[in-house]
Write a protein that binds this ligand. Structure first.
Ligand code: CA2
Length: 145
């Protein structure tokens, strides 16, 4: 192993696979965590996964990543479009991070077009379905010595 990646899924992503398959596909959150772990293992990383519907819990997990993680993969859910605090947490820990969106946010409502993370993310993967998480891991891994 060359290090650990923190996988963060934000509000409502626990509903994956149960609703809105036309937008988010049929994979569950467990499927997402499993495929991310598999992609990470291929490039020598392990994964700690967290999903929460609570912004402060996500921020605490990001802060804790300073101790033992080398990078973060995050799908912030709706907080993408609202949260300066999440942005501050990610810039504060200064770990490389990938912003992932399952759906193509630019093809959806106008309010989804703005991301508070976009300009500070190391990697962005948007609209590639759940495989985007694997792509994010591979792109981050390529940047980590
Ligand atoms: O496309 C993405 O991954 C999003 O980050 C998902 C967020 C949405 O607010 C962003 O604009 C784009 C929503 C996550 C909610 O996930 C659900 C999954 C299944 C059923 C209902 C919600």
């Amino acid at each position: 192993m060359t290090g650990r990646i923190l996988l963060v899924n934000g509000p409502n992503l626990n509903l994956l696979g149960s609703r809105e398959p036309d937008v988010y596909g049929t994979a569950t959150l467990t499927d997402v965590e499993d495929l991310t772990r598999a992609a990470a293992a291929e490039v020598g990383f392990d994964v700690r996964a967290i999903q929460s519907n609570h912004e402060g819990v996500l921020i605490d997990a990001i802060h804790a990543a300073r101790e033992d993680c080398v990078a973060i993969v995050i799908n912030p859910g709706g907080l993408t479009h609202t949260s300066v605090s999440l942005r501050d947490a990610l810039t504060g820990v200064a770990l490389p991070f990938a912003e992932v969106h399952i759906s193509d946010v630019y093809a959806r409502e106008e309010f989804r077009h703005h991301s508070y993370l976009h300009d500070v993310a190391t990697v962005r993967v948007i609209g590639e379905g759940v495989e985007g998480y694997a792509s994010a891991v591979r792109q981050l891994a390529a940047l980590i010595p």
